[in-house]
Design a protein. Structure first.
Lengths: 117, 112
């Protein structure tokens, strides 16, 4: 059974960074891309970017360049996303999703990030 | 960026009713490889989005066949033939032809 288990919800201070994880199981981690998606009440769903773990290649939505950094650890089948210089605009739920042939077939449960002092 | 416009924003239906959701794209979603990467997702209350249909009309494994997708280029439709209670939630279209991938604003399906 394919599963994407994301790390827990985060409460972070403005200006800080946060790193969240997405642990994959039930499939060969390096056979698929991993995408990240932001969901916020004001902006709906937004694609942040993707990483291809096999070759450690990343592709970002221009809007999130400099904000998000995607990495992957093949030894632990885990993808990571770090968000930097957080503001209230970054408060949202963040999902990882497995990418296959230009669609996202499995999604993690989401991480709620709240930016507040 | 490609803009996807979904209509209606809200849909009220009775159980057993057939409904349709429209998704219009600001540019053609026909890729140079010949495929059209327009997908449909459902987000039930309190859950993550889930894939229903990919590449316009292909039903994801495990999705009931009361769901169907159609369309081409810039105009796409999701149809539910006989709404069931488990179908309630927000439906999103999503395009993966042009980077950055983008989503529609969603259509909320409610019980009448």
């Amino acid at each position: 059974e394919v599963k994407l288990q994301q790390s827990g919800d985060e409460l972070v201070r403005p200006g800080a960074s946060v790193k969240m994880s997405c642990k994959a199981s039930g499939y060969t981690f390096t056979d698929y891309a991993m995408h990240w998606v932001k969901q916020s009440p004001g902006q709906g769903l937004e694609w942040i970017g993707t990483i291809i773990p096999l070759i450690d290649t990343t592709s970002y939505n221009q809007k999130f360049k400099g904000k998000a950094t995607l990495t992957a650890d093949k030894s632990s089948n885990t993808a990571y996303m770090e968000l930097s210089r957080l503001t209230s605009e970054d408060s949202a739920v963040y999902y990882c999703a497995r990418g296959y042939n230009n669609y996202f077939d499995y999604w993690g449960q989401g991480v709620m990030v709240t930016v507040s002092s | 960026d490609v803009v996807l416009t979904q209509t209606p924003p809200t849909l009220s239906a009775t159980i057993g009713q057939s409904v349709s959701i429209s998704c219009r794209s600001s540019q053609s979603l026909l890729d140079s490889d010949g495929d059209t990467y327009l997908n449909w997702l459902l987000q039930r209350p309190g859950q993550s989005p889930q894939l229903l249909i990919y590449s316009v009309s292909n039903l994801e494994s495990g999705v009931p066949n009361r769901f169907s997708g159609s369309g081409s280029e810039t105009d796409f439709t999701l149809k539910i033939s006989g709404v069931e209670a488990e179908d309630l939630g927000v439906y999103y279209c999503m395009q993966a032809t042009h980077a950055p991938y983008t989503f529609g604003a969603g259509t909320k399906l409610e019980l009448k």
